[in-house]
Design a protein around this ligand. Structure first.
Ligand SMILES: C[S@@+](CC[C@H](N)C(=O)[O-])C[C@H]1O[C@@H](n2cnc3c(N)ncnc32)[C@H](O)[C@@H]1O
Length: 292
């Protein structure tokens, strides 16, 4: 089960009122959406978007009591405006982005998000598009090094990229365990027993690249501000510094243009109890703003 991150804080930032309309751009298992719907009755509508069809179905079941107030769309939030317009959705009083993947992707998708299971090397949220397998087997050594170092912030990016290229000359790398073997060979032994698993950064880099996560976020944020009604709220939960920086810089620029008021001077992070109960929340950062 996916535990919604920073639930109380996100709800406070979005501040749903009766009959207001919200877009959950990453509905996942509808944890946040359920709370929004409870507060935005009797007539407030919710447009829920997710790139993963299975997540949409889980969300549909979870919020079925609100059937006549919800619209669910399997799609990419980089097309936020188009999806909302297609559904005649508005005025929009709040938009939430809870970025990245859900526990379902790691535990149940079978798509190679976890380095603890031997699965096909896919890592894509949607049904189509780029996969980690294509990146690992087709991208140049330089490009591999670039994503491992920039998106994964992996210090052994050069060695790992080189090892991948050496191995794939003989045999394509198609599973998570094959990739882990390659990483292991490239990394000094003393770095293999650290606090976080030695493959974490490589997996992060590949996941971000396969899903074009940073590009999608950059495309979606301006659309979100444009679509909000005056007084409407935007909340973004990010899970790594690259995403957080994009959100931070974007909000600052919009505030300078007097388009929004930033509601979180510093990002809101989970408290000790939440991080203990839900380790995935450890890196979460919430930033919020109100449209002027
Ligand atoms: C952290 S989960 C959301 C969890 C949700 N807030 C909940 O409480 O259940 C992030 C979701 O965003 C989806 N996602 C990631 N990137 C996306 C994108 N560009 N467009 C649409 N959905 C995306 C993932 O498939 C995943 O289900």
């Amino acid at each position: 089960m996916h535990i919604p991150v920073l639930e109380k804080e996100t709800l406070e930032a979005l501040d749903p009122q009766p009959n207001e309309n919200f877009i959950d751009a990453t509905i996942g298992q509808a944890g946040h959406s359920l709370k929004i719907l409870e507060k935005s009755g009797p007539n407030g509508k919710l447009l829920g978007i997710d790139q993963t069809p299975e997540q949409i179905e889980i969300a549909r079941e979870k919020i079925k009591d609100f059937e006549n107030r919800i619209i669910l769309e399997c799609g990419n939030f980089s097309n936020l405006k188009e999806i909302a317009e297609k559904n005649n959705f508005g005025p929009v009083n709040g938009i939430l982005f809870d970025l990245g993947f859900s526990s379902w992707h790691v535990d149940e998708s079978g798509k190679g998000f976890s380095f603890q299971k031997d699965e096909p090397l896919l890592m894509n949220y949607g049904q189509e598009g780029l996969t980690a397998e294509q990146i690992v087997n087709q991208w140049s050594e330089e490009d591999l090094e670039m994503i491992l170092s920039q998106y994964g912030q992996e210090r052994f990016s050069r060695q790992i990229a080189h090892q991948i290229v050496e191995i794939r000359r003989i045999k394509a790398i198609t599973s998570t365990f094959q990739l882990i073997e390659a990483i292991k060979k490239a990394m000094p032994r003393r770095y293999q027993n650290g606090k976080i698993h030695f493959a974490t950064r490589t997996f992060q880099g590949l996941r971000i690249a396969a899903n074009q996560e940073l590009e999608n976020l950059k495309k979606a944020l301006p659309q979100a501000i444009e679509m909000l009604a005056p007084g409407g709220r935007l909340a973004v939960i990010s899970f790594h510094s690259l995403e957080d920086r994009i959100v931070k810089v974007f909000l600052k620029e919009e505030a300078l243009k007097n388009k929004i008021k930033i509601l979180t001077k510093k990002p809101i992070v989970p408290g000790l109890i939440e991080t203990r109960e839900n380790p995935r929340s450890r890196s979460a950062k919430l930033r919020a703003a109100r449209k002027i």
